[in-house]
Design a protein around this ligand. Structure first.
Ligand code: KG4
Ligand code: ZN
Length: 358
């Protein structure tokens, strides 16, 4: 593996078609993504059938462009990595079939990657414009927070991941999106809630925070969402128009309060047995400006190194899949052309004793 340099990676687990070329040290040569928001907006959410059809049309031109932008040809690519689980099955299928075809046609090793491992490893990515904090490293607490997942992991070492807690109902991004939809902000609403909240007063409206049982590291956002629906129904059209920024600020503050409280509890619980020096926040919701600010202040006061990747590596992207794929290929793993996508993590991800519990 000494001459192993570059992986071409494909990510199509949901509605973003993404292709990247990543070097073995985590340096991203090129990562290009095509989102499909315009196609899904009229339906207020991702329509799986539309997502897979769009992936089919976008994927090969993206592969060509990424290779051209990286100034590489296939002889300089040493493997093909692809998200094979979990995700929308039709979307995954497009990526996996494309990756298998390219791997076979070009004679390259193929590796299927767990999307969640991609998010966990995203803080290590670097490029011309970004370097992770020098002191960031294993072991670390990872909060992966997106439209599909809200999970706290204890990352003991590479390929040693333990789930500390996950959501019992909605993911945080899903809560933002549903709230945005109730306010007529379109889909996905998270970023618009964030923008409007910057002009609002977070103290004007209070939404219930669900912390669950004492010390619990699980999440629940459904109560917050129902309470928001009740509140919005009680307002007239004019009030709603006028109050939007305050409503967004109040809702955002409640989601961020819960995320930060759970992150803090996780670090405190682990610190009873093992010092926690590094923490990361990844996934689409880590783009939230209030969460970033609160997390930075918290990390400073707690004395931990915080890594929040730039937005391009927070949302779904192929670069994180490429890096996870490289590390697996370097560890001697490889998939056969029988690689099949799965909507859930595979049973083999739960190998006893390995602590691989994504
Ligand atoms: O990681 P990602 O691109 O895809 C999933 O795996 O879900 O995350 C997308 C999610 C959406 O729910 C979106 O509304 C949310 O991340 N999001 C935000 C912000 N930017 C994206 N939520 C709150 N504030 C933001 N600025
Ligand atoms: Zn994701």
């Amino acid at each position: 593996m000494a001459d192993f340099h570059h992986v071409l990676a494909i990510e199509t687990s949901c509605d973003d078609t993404s292709v990247a070329v990543v070097r073995r040290d985590g340096f991203v040569l090129t990562c290009l993504s095509a989102d499909q928001n315009a196609a899904h907006t009229p339906f207020g959410g991702v329509v799986p059938e539309i997502a897979s059809r769009n992936h089919t049309m976008t994927i090969l031109p993206l592969v060509e462009r990424v290779l051209a932008d990286s100034n590489l040809n296939w002889s300089q690519i040493d493997g093909v990595a692809v998200t094979s689980r979990p995700g929308l099955i039709g979307s995954l299928l497009v990526g996996v079939i494309t990756a298998k075809t390219l791997a076979q046609a070009k004679g390259k090793p193929l590796i299927g990657v767990n999307h969640l491992e991609g998010h966990i490893l995203a803080p290590f990515l670097k490029d011309d414009r970004h370097q992770p904090p020098a002191a960031f490293g294993y072991p670390f607490v990872s909060l992966a927070v997106s439209g599909g997942h809200t999970t706290l992991y204890w990352v003991e070492a590479l390929h040693q991941y333990k789930v500390l807690g996950t959501t019992r109902d909605d993911a945080a991004g899903e809560a933002f999106d549903k709230f945005g939809q109730m306010l007529g902000l379109g889909f996905p609403g998270g970023v618009k809630v964030d923008q409007l909240a910057q002009k609002g007063d977070s103290q004007k409206y209070h939404f219930p925070r669900s912390y669950l049982e004492e010390g619990s590291l699980e999440f629940s956002f459904s109560g917050m969402k129902s309470s928001a629906a009740r509140l919005l129904q009680s307002l007239t059209e004019e009030e709603l128009d006028e109050q939007r920024p305050h409503l967004c600020a109040g809702f955002q503050e409640s989601v961020v309060d819960v995320l930060m409280q759970k992150l803090d509890t996780a670090v405190s619980l682990i610190a009873q047995n093992c010092p926690v020096k590094s923490v990361s926040i990844t996934g689409g919701v880590s783009a939230n400006s209030r969460l970033r600010k609160r997390a930075e202040d918290w990390a400073r006061s707690r004395g931990v190194v915080l890594a929040v990747p730039p937005l391009r590596y927070c949302t779904d992207n192929a670069a994180m899949i490429g890096y996870a794929g490289i590390l697996r290929l370097l560890a001697g793993e490889e998939d056969s052309l029988a690689l099949a996508p799965s909507p859930t993590p595979l049973v083999s991800d739960f190998l006893p004793g390995v602590g691989w519990t994504l």
